[in-house]
Design a protein. Structure first.
Length: 633
C-alpha cells in the first residue's frame, strides 16, 4: 500500500483526497502556487511544497515541478485529482518513468479516449452505441458540409480534442454551416491546439447520462451505476444526481453493461466515467442512449455515486494503484436511495455568471448535507482558478426527499460578501420540471427568466433580520462564538413577540424597515458582531446582507427624528460632544464598547445636540436614548 502520496492539485479535490488518505494512514504532500500559500489544502496536508507563481501554467501545469516535489519529499505516488494534468498522458508517463506510482489509468488508455473520433471508432468496434455522425479524416469544408446534409439538421460540430463545452456548435440550417464550422475550428485551435472536428446528429431532447466505471490491474472492471448531469448551463454541469430519474432496471442494465465494455476496450484501470447522451423525447430507452466520450479521471460529481453505493472511490483509487484488486465484485454493488449535488460558485448570476473572487469574510453551511470544500471562513477565492466554493451533497431515501434536503441546505447556508450562485441553485432545484424529472440539457436556458433572485430582500426577509437583530442585541452574550459571530438560528429563526416593533436596517445602502412581527418567519438568518453589525438573511437560497449601521456610520436604531439609540448593551467609553453643541453629519458623538469592540456613533445630519443622557463610563442597555440631534433648519 502507498504510504506517502503527493496530490498534484488544489482546492476542494485536494482536500477530498487528503481526507481519505488520512483515514487510510497515508501521509500526504500538497503542492501550492503563490496564490495558494495559505490555502486550506496546504494547511491540511502533512507537508506542502511551493511550485511556482499563481498562474496555473507556471505551477500546477508544470509536470517537472510536481515530480521534483514528489522526489524531494519522498512521496511514492502522485494523485492528479481532476482538471490540470489529470488526463495528460505525457505527464502520466513522466510520473511512471520517474519511478513513481501514477494514481490513474495507463497513459495508453488516456490517449485512446483523448481524441473523440478515435474513441468513437473504438466504441463502435466494442459494440457500444454511438450517435449517428461523421468522424472521417477528410476535414475539408465541402466533405463536412456534405456529411452534415446527409445527417440532417440540426447537426452538432464538435472538436475531436474538445471538452468542457468548448469547440462545439449547433448548426440549425445548411446556410449556417460554413460560418459555424469556421468559428468552431477557431475556438478548438485556441483551446486545444487542434482544429479537427467530427459531426453528430443533434439530439432534440438531450439528457446527459454517465456511468461510473472502475478497473484494476487484474482484468476486473465494474460499474457503480449511473448519474444524471442534464441540468447544465452552457454545457457546464450545475446539478448532478444519482441514480438518473426515470431510468428503469432494463435500461440501466444495458447502458451500464455498455459502459463496462467501453472501459475494457481500452484496458482501463482506476476510476473513469463513460458519458452518454440520451434522446429523452420518449423517456429513457436503451436504443436511444449514445456514447459521447470517456473522462479518464475522477469526476467532480463522484460524491453522489459514493453516497448511493457506500463506496469511497478515492480509497479504491489508492488500493488499485497499489496493485490490489477492486474491493467489491459487481454483484456486491447496489443502489441505496438518491443523492443530489449542487456546485456552489463565487460568481454573479445577474452579471452573466462572471467570477466573483475575493475574501470570504463569513461562511457557514447548514448541518446535514455532505460538504466538499477547499475554503474556510477568512480564505480567499483566487481569480487565477476555478471559483468553486463548495459542493453540497444531500442523500436521502427518495429523490423527493433529497431535493427537499438540498433546498433546505441551500437556504440555511451563507457566504459573504462574495456574490454566489446559491440562489440560482435553489431556483433550479425548485423548478417544477426538475422536481418532476422532466429535465434536459436545455432546461436552464428555457427557464432563465425565472432563475435569477431579486436584487433586494423581501419584506419577510427584512422582518426576519429585524427579529434577529432585536433578539441578538438584547441577549447576545450567550450565543457569541469565539470568532465574534452569532451562530444560533441557522435552521430558521422564529421569535414570537406580544407587540410589533420596528427596526431600521440597511440593504445596499438603502434604509429598510423591519417589523418584529409575532408570527413565525421561515427565513434563515445569522448575525456577525463586527463593527458593521451585519445580519445575513437567506431566502430561497439567496443571501442578503443587511447592516445595523448605515453607510454614514450611524446605528441602525438611530431614529429619523435624531434620537441616537444604543445599538447593543455596552459601556460608553468616550463622549465627544456636550449639550447644545453644533455638529455636522458624520461627526462622532460618542463611542460605545461592547464585546471588546468599539462602536462609534455619529450624527445622522447637521444639527445641535440636545438631551445628552450618556456619560463616559456609564453602562447602557440596547436602544437606550443616548442623546438627540435636532436638525438645523
Amino acid at each position: 500500500m502507498i504510504t506517502k502520496l503527493l496530490i498534484a492539485n488544489r482546492g476542494e479535490i485536494a482536500c477530498r483526497i487528503i481526507r481519505t488518505a488520512r483515514e487510510m494512514g497515508v501521509a500526504t504532500v500538497a503542492v501550492y502556487s503563490d496564490a495558494d500559500a495559505k490555502a486550506l489544502h496546504v494547511r491540511q496536508a502533512d507537508k506542502a511544497v511551493h511550485i511556482g507563481p499563481s498562474p496555473a501554467a507556471e505551477s500546477y501545469l508544470v509536470g517537472e515541478k510536481i515530480i521534483a516535489a514528489a522526489k524531494e519529499t519522498g512521496a511514492e505516488a502522485i494523485h492528479p485529482g481532476y482538471g490540470f494534468l489529470s488526463e495528460n498522458a505525457d505527464f502520466a508517463r513522466a510520473v511512471i518513468a520517474a519511478g513513481l506510482i501514477w494514481v490513474g489509468p495507463k497513459p495508453e488508455s488516456i490517449e485512446a479516449m483523448g481524441l473523440k473520433d478515435a474513441a468513437k471508432e473504438r466504441m463502435i468496434a466494442a459494440g457500444v452505441p454511438v450517435t449517428p455522425g461523421y468522424l472521417g479524416e477528410d476535414q475539408s469544408v465541402e466533405r463536412l458540409k456534405k456529411e452534415a446534409d446527409a445527417i440532417g439538421y440540426p447537426v452538432l460540430i464538435k472538436a475531436v480534442a474538445g471538452g468542457g463545452g468548448k469547440g462545439m456548435r449547433k448548426v440549425d440550417a445548411p446556410e449556417n454551416f460554413a460560418a459555424d464550422l469556421e468559428s468552431c475550428r477557431r475556438e478548438a485551435k485556441a483551446s486545444f491546439s487542434n482544429d479537427e472536428v467530427l459531426l453528430e446528429k443533434w439530439i432534440t431532447s438531450p439528457r446527459h447520462i454517465e456511468v461510473q466505471v472502475f478497473g484494476d490491474s487484474h482484468g476486473n472492471v465494474v460499474h457503480l451505476f449511473e448519474r444524471d448531469c442534464s441540468l447544465q448551463r452552457r454545457h457546464q454541469k450545475v446539478i448532478e444526481e444519482a441514480p438518473a430519474p426515470g431510468m428503469d432496471e432494463a435500461t440501466r442494465a444495458e447502458i451500464c453493461a455498455a459502459a463496462v465494455r467501453a472501459a475494457k476496450a481500452v484496458d482501463y484501470e482506476g476510476a473513469g466515467t463513460i458519458e452518454f447522451i440520451a434522446d429523452a423525447s420518449e423517456g429513457l430507452r436503451a436504443d436511444r442512449i449514445f456514447f459521447m466520450e470517456m473522462n479518464t479521471r475522477l469526476q467532480v460529481e463522484h460524491p453522489v455515486t459514493e453516497e448511493i453505493t457506500g463506496v469511497d472511490l478515492v480509497e479504491w483509487q489508492l488500493r488499485v494503484a497499489s496493485g490490489e484488486p477492486i474491493p467489491l465484485k459487481q454483484e456486491e454493488l447496489s443502489i441505496n436511495g438518491h443523492a443530489i449535488e449542487a456546485r456552489l460558485y463565487a460568481e454573479d448570476p445577474a452579471k452573466g455568471f462572471l467570477p466573483s473572487p475575493g475574501t470570504i469574510s463569513n461562511l457557514e453551511f447548514a448541518r446535514g448535507p455532505r460538504i466538499e470544500t477547499g475554503v474556510e471562513e477568512g480564505d480567499r477565492v483566487s481569480p487565477n482558478y476555478d471559483p468553486m466554493i463548495a459542493k453540497i451533497i444531500f442523500h436521502a431515501t427518495s429523490r423527493d426527499d433529497a431535493i427537499e434536503g438540498l433546498l433546505a441546505s441551500l437556504n440555511y447556508s451563507y457566504c459573504a460578501p462574495l456574490n454566489t450562485n446559491q440562489g440560482f441553485l435553489f431556483e433550479c432545484l425548485d423548478l417544477a420540471e426538475f422536481r418532476g424529472g422532466q429535465l434536459d440539457t436545455g432546461l436552464i436556458e428555457r427557464k432563465s427568466d425565472v432563475l435569477l433572485s431579486p436584487d433586494s430582500p423581501s419584506q419577510s426577509a427584512v422582518n426576519a433580520a429585524a427579529n434577529r437583530y432585536r433578539g441578538d442585541f438584547l441577549d447576545w452574550s450567550n450565543s457569541l462564538s469565539p470568532s465574534g459571530v452569532l451562530r444560533t438560528g441557522m435552521f430558521g429563526f422564529r421569535l414570537n413577540r406580544s407587540a410589533q416593533e420596528q427596526v431600521t436596517l440597511h440593504s445596499n445602502g438603502d434604509a429598510v424597515v423591519g417589523h418584529t412581527v409575532p408570527s413565525g418567519i421561515d427565513v434563515a438568518v445569522c448575525t456577525t458582531m463586527t463593527a458593521e453589525m451585519l445580519i445575513f438573511a437567506t431566502e430561497r437560497g439567496q443571501t442578503y446582507t443587511l447592516s445595523a449601521r448605515g453607510p454614514d456610520g450611524t446605528g441602525a436604531t438611530s431614529a429619523a427624528d435624531g434620537a441616537i439609540l444604543a445599538p447593543m448593551p455596552g459601556k460608553v467609553i468616550a463622549v465627544d460632544v456636550s449639550d447644545g453643541q453644533a455638529v455636522k453629519a458624520g461627526d462622532r458623538l460618542m463611542v460605545l464598547e461592547a464585546m471588546k469592540m468599539e462602536h462609534a456613533l455619529t450624527a445622522p445630519f447637521d444639527g445641535t445636540v440636545t438631551e445628552l443622557a450618556a456619560s463616559e463610563g456609564g453602562q447602557v442597555q440596547v436602544e437606550a436614548v443616548l442623546c438627540v440631534v435636532e436638525p438645523t433648519e
